[in-house]
Design a protein around this ligand. Structure first.
Ligand code: GDP
Length: 365
């Protein structure tokens, strides 16, 4: 499963947020294959469509899809030179698919800040610089090797060399690889290099309790937003302490608590959804009398692969996918009605699954 790593300087609220994630935790019984690792927190992906489908189909059981966050502790200035737990930290980041960087925007004189002052851009740049330096080291090594091959006019090497030159120039100007522009072909080469700053990233602005509902006056947040806009990154505003409280509540209590705070959606729910999108994930549904269930897939996959997410037998014996879009099904009111209206399609092996598809797989055993 794809996972998003939570990073940030010390004392910015990472552990508090990660606690909220593990406490909100998905019902483990539903996800027997999930990673058992204390640094991984599994959450259910909130999805209104699943609730609507449940009302419509009235199954015995409803199972949301899940998403994993990984807690990555240990960044300090100098990590790329091996300071603190530097190397370990970098190798953990290498293993995640996206990065959620927690940035301290709350002011609290009782909680020290590593740099002695609250300056979110400074904080972001400390971390980004460590990642840039680590990437530069990777790229420089590769550069020397590929340069020789490129001189011998090896076609692949020439192509890679162009990409490496561009990356090197960008990194030397302290630009993360994700902010550079490449052609689609070049992106494939970039991905193969597994660079830290090429991973999709979002910023989590951790604000004070009294600022969650209305944070327009917090100039730190505006600074983070302006900074993120330059790299086309998203900013999610949360109050980690409040998220920790919310994670202990029952669903009905949670709704009331959010209303009292004057917010429509918890910060954690926003973060889950944003991370899911950041990774290019989407959801399809299966809807039977026994169970209505959401399944995560990577956008772009075809029907047999999507079937394989449920069970490898479904992929091996795939015949076709009876598919109706969520909107059409909701519109029709029942599966039978959707069928009468001709909204249920029989899709074959080449069908590219879409977000919101409600699918019944036909397969040979
Ligand atoms: P980490 O080092 O990044 O994991 O930070 P922690 O989660 O341990 O938080 C450091 C301190 O900041 C703890 O005392 C937290 O209670 C406090 N803290 C975290 N989030 C908030 C917040 O939203 N508001 C306030 N006032 N304090 C917070």
């Amino acid at each position: 499963a794809l996972t998003a790593g939570i990073v940030g300087l010390p004392n910015v609220g990472k552990s508090t947020l990660f606690n909220a994630i593990t406490q909100a935790g998905a019902e483990a019984a539903n996800y027997p294959f999930a990673t058992i690792d204390p640094n991984v927190g599994i959450v259910e992906v909130p999805d209104d469509r699943l609730d609507k489908l449940t009302e419509l189909v009235k199954p015995k059981k409803t199972v949301p899809t899940a998403f994993e966050f990984t807690d990555i502790a240990g960044i300090v200035e100098g990590a790329s030179k091996g300071e603190g737990l530097g190397n370990q930290f970098l190798s953990h980041i290498r293993q995640v698919d996206a990065i959620c960087q927690v940035v301290r925007c709350f002011v609290d004189p009782n909680i020290t800040h590593v740099s002695g002052k609250i300056d979110p851009i400074d904080d972001i740049e400390i971390i980004n610089l460590e990642l840039i330096l680590a990437d530069l080291e990777t790229v420089n090594k590769r550069y020397q090797r590929v340069e020789k091959l490129a001189r011998q006019k090896d076609k692949d090497a020439v192509q890679e060399f162009d990409v490496l030159e561009k990356i090197k120039a960008g990194l030397e100007e302290e630009k993360p690889v994700r902010s550079l522009e490449f052609t689609e072909d070049q992106w494939k080469t970039v991905k193969g290099l597994h660079l830290l700053t090429s991973k999709p990233t979002l910023y989590v602005a951790n604000v004070a309790e009294e600022e969650v509902a209305d944070h327009d006056s917090n100039e730190n947040i505006q600074k983070v937003k302006d900074y993120a806009a330059k790299e086309n990154a998203e900013v999610i505003v949360v109050c980690a302490r409040i998220e920790e409280e919310i994670s202990e509540l029952e669903p009905e209590e949670k709704a009331m608590f959010l209303e009292d705070l004057g917010i429509a959606e918890s910060g954690l729910d926003k973060l889950i959804k944003a991370s899911y999108n950041l990774l290019g994930l989407a959801t399809y549904f299966t809807a039977g009398e026994q169970e209505v269930r959401a399944w995560t897939f990577k956008k772009g996959i075809k029907a047999p692969q999507a079937a394989g997410i449920i069970h490898t037998d479904f992929e091996r014996g795939f015949i076709r996918a009876e598919t109706v879009s969520y909107d059409d099904l909701l519109d029709a009111g029942t599966m039978a009605h959707a069928r009468e209206k001709g909204k249920v399609r029989l899709e074959g092996k080449e069908y590219i699954v879409k977000d919101g598809d409600v699918i019944h797989f036909r397969f040979n055993v």
